[in-house]
Write a protein that binds this ligand. Structure first.
Ligand code: PLP
Length: 462
């Protein structure tokens, strides 16, 4: 399997190279040259199999010769062994024809663990073989950083440095980053905003001497291996509800479009998905684009579902690539126009997008009201991101087609919003109950590139 860039101008890579590279050199995102398909019989045969077995069958065709079958099975087993639920991604029923896919049983209580845990094991296996080390550097507003630290803690081929804005992440998120005691984990509290943290990480990737010197690697949401890991639970949940013998639809709380794009890949692989509903909060650039063809960023308004507070949705570029019939030149042009303030999707491409995607928006008041209402009608306590999904899903239910809404985080990760809506303080799962008793370890850093680079160079294992 070979990987190509959405902008058509970067070298073609293997799975291993695409995974370790992240962003393509032409600024584009990597995609498999062709999407492998599974037959209805192969999908039907997934019924009753473990999450890990389905994960193997879904992802194996994308791996090429990077790993042997046995190696890849071992990677999957290690990735998901730390989850707090035997089913990994269990389904619960909310209402007639409406189901919730709980993706928050991983070590940091958000769906990002599904991808990040796998990436940690993939990196470790690939690096152990080559004897090389890498330095992972990332910026986070909360969820991604904690998931990355959990995934890489204790792995001996990797050092992981996460920059988070000092005083601007939740207590749970901060403690998930500062309490791991392994020597290869480095939580850096930057004196600035999330945008500053992200800008310094970009600067490090653009400082080629530093980048090569410490062998910098990125694991942000555009990494293809992260998207691939997320394709799996579309299969396990759809099959549990009767696929391939009947169609299902999904509603996905969306920010950077990685999760819902994984659903699109599942559909292209042959899973009978009727609709993929993109659910946004008040930062609704994707909903506006699918309605009007206009993709024009207009600033972020902070919400109670912060992991969906985006200005530009990075993985949307991958959907545009298919909507424009795999025309890398057309995608490159759109991304150029975006630098100038925005772009307009062509009529043909908009029609192509609408063949798979619907969309909806849920404002702050509706998000809170949905948490309150679902608590009363089902006993289920939703995190605010999931509530956005549930509300939008309710507006897209169709008779005879089960709707699966992705529950992207555990309510205890966002206790203030949940308490405001229900009067209830959501408890952390027992395996994490001592999070507030563990000692914290964090290094404060100035918002200064040279100082941060010096610190990282001094800390890494040569
Ligand atoms: C990251 C995140 C999202 C958005 O997912 P994308 O793949 O960026 O669209 C939604 N909910 C939660 C809790 C998240 O952490």
């Amino acid at each position: 399997m070979r990987y190509i860039s959405t902008r058509g101008q970067a070298p073609v890579l293997s799975f291993e190279e695409a995974m370790l590279t992240g962003l393509a050199r032409d600024g584009g995102l990597y995609l498999p040259e062709t999407i492998p398909t599974l037959t209805a019989a192969e999908i039907a045969a997934m019924a009753g199999q473990s999450y890990e077995e389905v994960a193997f069958r879904v992802m194996w065709p994308f791996i090429g010769d990077t790993f042997t079958e046995a190696e890849f099975r071992g990677i999957i087993a290690r990735a998901y062994q730390g989850f707090g639920h035997a089913a990994r991604a269990p389904l619960v029923q909310l209402d007639q024809g409406h189901f919730l896919l709980e993706l928050f049983h991983g070590p940091t209580l958000a769906f990002k663990d599904f991808a990040m845990q796998l990436i940690g094991q993939l990196f470790q296996a690939a690096l152990a073989r080559s004897g090389k080390r890498v330095t992972i550097v990332g910026a986070t507003s909360g969820d991604t950083g904690s998931a990355a630290i959990e995934a890489f803690r204790g792995l001996d081929a990797v050092d992981v440095f996460i920059l988070y804005p000092h005083g601007r992440v939740s207590d749970v998120q901060r403690r998930q980053m500062t309490t791991p005691s392994e020597a290869n984990v480095h939580a850096l509290a930057i004196d600035g905003h999330f945008d500053d943290a992200q800008a310094r990480v970009k600067d490090m990737f653009n400082d080629f001497a530093f980048r090569d010197g410490v062998r910098l690697a990125g694991v942000n949401s555009i990494n293809w291996a992260r998207v691939l890991a997320q394709v799996v639970y579309y299969f396990t949940s759809a099959v549990a509800l009767g696929a391939p013998h009947r169609k299902v639809s999904f509603t996905v709380p969306t920010g950077n479009f990685g999760d819902v794009f994984a659903g699109f890949i599942a559909k292209k692989m042959g899973l009978p998905i009727d609709r993929l509903v993109v659910a946004t909060n008040q930062n609704d650039i994707l909903h506006r684009c699918l309605q009007s063809a206009q993709y024009v960023p207009d600033g972020v308004i902070p919400s109670i579902s912060p992991s969906m507070d985006i200005q530009v949705s990075s993985n949307f570029e991958r959907a545009l690539y298919y909507a424009y019939d795999c025309d890398g030149g057309a995608v490159a042009q759109l991304m150029d126009d975006l630098k100038g303030g925005g772009f307009s999707v062509s009529q043909g491409a908009l029609q192509a997008l609408r063949e798979s995607f619907d969309s909806g928006r849920c404002d702050e008041a509706d998000t809170q009201a949905t948490i309150t209402r679902l608590r009363a009608s089902t006993g289920e306590v939703l995190c605010p991101h999931t509530a956005v999904g549930v509300k939008v899903a309710e507006e897209h239910l169709q008779p005879g087609v089960p709707m699966i809404t992705l529950a992207t985080a555990h309510p205890a990760k966002f206790p203030q919003a949940v308490e405001a809506a229900t009067g209830l303080h959501p408890a952390l799962p027992p395996r994490m109950a001592d999070l507030f008793d563990r000692p914290e370890r964090v290094t404060p850093v100035a918002n200064d590139l040279a100082a941060i680079e010096t610190l990282i160079s001094g800390r890494i294992t040569a």
